[in-house]
Write a protein that binds this ligand. Structure first.
Ligand code: PMP
Length: 293
């Protein structure tokens, strides 16, 4: 494996990614004991940095890791990474684990200091072909725990779900729990029925994406009715449109689910509207260094 020499940060030190190493006793490595964020950057402007850092702070508190940095320190680290990277559009990966400890023991160590890792990568726009034709997905039982709102690095169930999608030759796996739509393996899922945009409300059963918030705001500000309420598997299959959202995929229409077409089998009219609103938002707000229209 060859790593790129992209900008990275580990425990107080900025260095190329391929020069960094952590202890084999790090609890992130041994237990998946940590949380992460993926923060999009457009034209070197970090989008909704404080919303991402609020989510990080809440996640750290939820798993009992003391936030290793004040807010202004996080800003400084992230802005330096962004400024030094060659790509204007970037995705910043940020991870905090509980840190290295000996001996190996499930319970929190008495003395431990968190491992902080950040690295930048290029943020490519979603492929034109995926935007124009939509993507395919499969449904899969949601085998995850009851705290899916925590952006934990222990992602085994998501990894297996995504791999099942890859092996089925599709883009995403849509997770179903007790007959209800939850989210994608790495995205949030919306449906459209009779002109109403519907999605599960934030809960401990899913991760509330920053893009989920943006899509709801864009829909509401353009007069599209939005209903946040549980969505059944039957409603998902019978939807006029299904969309997936994430910071890296933006908004994509799912036009085939488990090998059956959704609606007409092509991206729907509401999808085409929201896609345009999202592109306008990217140009006028995100690229201009603003968080809100
Ligand atoms: N749910 C899951 C499980 C995810 O992994 C992601 C993206 N990483 C999302 C939702 C979407 O979050 P965001 O819009 O903040 O990228």
């Amino acid at each position: 494996m060859t790593l790129p020499a992209f900008n990275a940060y580990l425990n107080g030190r900025f260095a190329p990614l391929d020069s960094l190493t952590v202890s084999v006793m790090d609890r992130g490595f041994l237990f998946g004991d940590g949380v992460y964020e993926m923060i999009p950057v457009y034209n070197r402007h970090v989008f909704r940095l404080d919303a991402h850092l609020d989510r990080l702070t809440a996640n750290l508190a939820a798993i009992g890791i003391t936030d290793p940095h004040e807010r202004h320190e996080w800003h400084k680290i992230i802005n330096r990474l962004v400024d030094e990277e060659i790509f204007p559009d970037q995705q910043i990966y940020l991870q905090v684990t509980r840190g290295p400890a000996w001996p190996r023991n499930h319970a929190f160590p008495a003395e431990v200091s968190p491992t902080v890792l950040l690295f930048a990568d290029e943020l490519p726009a979603p492929a034109r072909e995926q935007v124009e034709n939509g993507v395919s997905a499969i449904t899969i039982p949601d085998l995850r725990w009851q705290r899916c709102n925590i952006k934990a690095i222990s992602l085994l169930a998501n990894v297996l779900a995504k791999q099942a999608a890859v092996e089925a030759g599709v883009t995403e796996a849509v997770l179903i729990r007790d007959g209800q739509l939850m989210e994608g393996a790495a995205s949030n899922i919306f449906i459209v029925k009779d002109g109403v945009l519907r999605a599960p409300p934030p809960s401990t059963q899913m991760l509330t994406g920053i893009t989920y918030d943006v899509v709801i705001e864009l829909a509401q500000s353009h007069g599209i009715a939005v209903e946040l309420a549980p969505v059944s598997e039957a409603a998902l299959r019978g939807a006029d449109e299904v969309w997936l959202t994430s910071s890296t995929k933006e908004v994509l229409a799912i036009t085939r689910l488990d090998d059956a077409p959704i609606g007409s089998g092509l991206p729907g009219s509401l999808y085409r509207r929201i896609f345009q609103y999202y592109q306008d938002f990217k140009t006028g707000v995100m690229r201009a260094g603003k968080d809100f229209a």
